[in-house]
Design a binder for this molecule. Sequence first.
Ligand code: C2E
Ligand code: MG
Ligand code: MG
Ligand code: MG
Length: 288
Amino acid sequence: GAKELGRNLWHLHAPSMNQEASERLLLENHLRRALERDEILVYYQPKIELQSGRVVGMEALVRWHHSTWGWVSPAKFIPIAEDTGLIAAIGEWVLGTACRDTKRWQDLGLPPVRVAVNLSAHQVHQPNLVERVEEILQETGLPPRFLELELTESILMQNTERVIDTLHRLRRMGITIAIDDFGTGYSSLSYLQRFPISTLKIDQSFVSSISRDGDRLEGVIAKAVLALAQNLDLEAVAEGVETLDQQAFLRDAGCDFAQGFLYSRPLPAEEFEKLLTERGHTSYTESV
Ligand code: C2E
Ligand code: MG
Ligand code: MG
Ligand code: MG
């Protein structure tokens, strides 16, 4: 019967592969309708200036809340969105939402903050990216200097000449460019001088290995990235800061900015607005 057939088919494939492929297909089908069903949201994680303890910006992070499955992790759906091209629509929606929210908070008189938005490879290679970003900034009224775009090293390494041209056009508009997860991707350092980059984000794996009793060597990569950033006149942001020891180590090593659960998890827009209202003018680090 059908049951038996199912069982036999099951044995034809490695169960894990079969399961993975069908889960992927299911996610893909639901992701296609997620935007129109208002299941896609943007959360914001504050970025703290370590010297002053002030909130100077935030990173926009996409969230998917499915009606029956609940939260689906970006680690799960971003790769699918990327492979299927769905990221084009999702990414544009995230960018538009992030710019609109940031402008609204400025109009409310909250301390001006810069929003960082992650770009996928698909978006960076889209021929009309610069025009779309320009249109979104015009529609939302957000001045370009309040927008930062985050790209990974691997994106910079594909189709390099075109990417350099795209980034120069964005930079000329006043948008800043950050390298996300720095140190985990392609490791040729020469490209740092060829791209119009403003910021290096030290990957959280290098931050999480900074610990109190541990070997001092543990923070050595974070320190090396900070020295590199200083010498190239780039801003440095530490990602995934979770402890006061990590904060102290990074501050002593000359790190400008930090993000992490020590300060705040990514928050829905209303909660981030409250955070900016209550703490935007006061030092954050004094109270942690
Ligand atoms: P990312 O851009 O490197 O973002 C940092 C990730 O670290 C976020 O995970 C954030 O929630 C998490 N994080 C922040 N502070 C801490 C901490 O102290 N400890 C730990 N353990 N984690 C922390 P999230 O939101 O799950 O995003 C994962 C990745 O998905 C992002 O990494 C980014 O590559 C991608 N992503 C997120 N939103 C977007 C988007 O709108 N567009 C695109 N293309 N990619 C996105
Ligand atoms: Mg990022
Ligand atoms: Mg990052
Ligand atoms: Mg990262």
